[in-house]
Write a protein of this length. Structure first.
Length: 359
């Protein structure tokens, strides 16, 4: 009888363990949404890595979760997918905000951040930047009319002097060159060259009018170039948010940087990721990039050959967390793991690995 009871007990224990193991094996894989944002999430050639990825994979292993990654092109798409339940958890440098917390649940914060500004060190009063500044200001069109006036005046002088000045060069080519030199001398120096006075006092009056014309042209060209160079200097002297009004500022679409810029009345251009925003900055399409401090600093430090600098103090402090669908059963376990990672030094080690120091 006792042997039978023991046999039944062992059978029941075996079936219980088997059911538990089978339940674990049949546990559905989690769908993990990610958005490329170095150094937190880096996706290249099908391989996924980064600080946030390492943290998540440590927690998933600890909790016994199977998972698969699903990449999204923008932060906004990833948040929408989380809110709609298309993914179980969003793993990236996702800033916790009131607006987002109304749509999705967040884990305990695992990283303290904020916003900073990235600028182009090479932008300034180079030839091409001045030329583009003249074009944008409308001065190039005025220069085109001046060039037309110079050609027309040179032709007029050529026909006039060939008719009335017997010492004027006989061929049209030589005559036009002489007239062009005369007009350009007036236009660039404000002083007419010595010429025959063929019409007495009327000729002197005419020469005086040309003198005034030359002074006006010299003043206009000088002031327009000076104005453009001054504007370019002001645009490149960016040290804080206070220097950004009136400039084109790049942001990642759907990010807290975009929200901050729009709330402060800045003119923004949205890009899918920091790399495309930085490329626009180097091309001169925008004058600055607002983004997450660690992301901007990591990008600039990893590309010393590019003329990029992160300037100014941190503003708009932020905290990163993992996002989940509302009332997610994962939230409690993930939060416990995040707290543990901060307490046992895991976060410190990850920060040192990716940034060289613990922020």
């Amino acid at each position: 009888m006792l042997a039978t009871i023991r046999s039944l007990a062992l059978t029941a224990l075996f079936l219980t363990v088997a059911n538990i193991a089978n339940a674990q094996d049949n546990q559905p894989s989690l769908i993990v949404g990610i958005h490329d944002s170095p150094p937190f999430v880096m996706s290249e050639d099908g391989e996924v890595s980064g600080l946030a990825i390492e943290l998540w994979e440590m927690m998933a292993e600890e909790l016994g979760h199977e998972y698969e990654y699903r990449e999204y092109d923008t932060v906004r798409e990833m948040i929408d997918a989380t809110a709609d339940g298309e993914i179980d958890i969003a793993v990236s440098n996702l800033t916790i905000t009131e607006e987002r917390a109304a749509r999705i649940d967040f884990s305990q914060p695992w990283f303290d951040s904020g916003l900073r500004i990235m600028v182009n060190d090479s932008s300034g009063s180079s030839f091409w930047s001045v030329l583009m500044g003249l074009k944008d200001s409308g001065f190039l069109r005025a220069y085109a009319w001046l060039a037309f006036a110079v050609i027309a005046a040179s032709l007029a002088f050529t026909f006039f002097d060939r008719k009335f000045d017997k010492d004027f060069p006989g061929t049209f080519r030589d005559g036009f060159a002489e007239s062009f030199y005369t007009v350009m001398t007036v236009a660039t120096s404000g002083k007419p060259p010595k010429r025959k006075n063929l019409f007495g006092w009327l000729g002197r009056m005419w020469q005086g009018m040309w003198l005034v014309f030359g002074v006006v042209v010299v003043a206009f060209v000088t002031s327009s170039i000076t104005s453009v160079m001054t504007t370019l200097s002001l645009k490149t002297d960016i040290r804080s948010v206070a220097d950004l009004p009136g400039l084109e500022v790049a942001v990642v679409g759907g990010s807290t940087a975009e929200t901050f810029a729009m709330n402060n009345g800045l003119s923004t251009v949205g890009y899918p990721k920091i790399s495309t925003a930085a490329a626009a900055l180097i091309r001169g399409d925008v004058q600055a990039v607002i983004g997450d401090k660690p992301v901007l600093e990591y990008y600039a430090q990893r590309r010393p050959e590019e003329p990029l600098s992160v300037v100014g103090a941190v503003f708009s402090p932020e905290k990163y967390g993992f996002g989940m669908v509302r009332h997610s059963p994962l939230r409690a376990d993930i939060t416990v793991e995040v707290v543990g990672a901060r307490e046992d030094g895991t976060m410190r080690d990850l920060n040192i690995k990716y940034f060289g120091f613990n922020p």
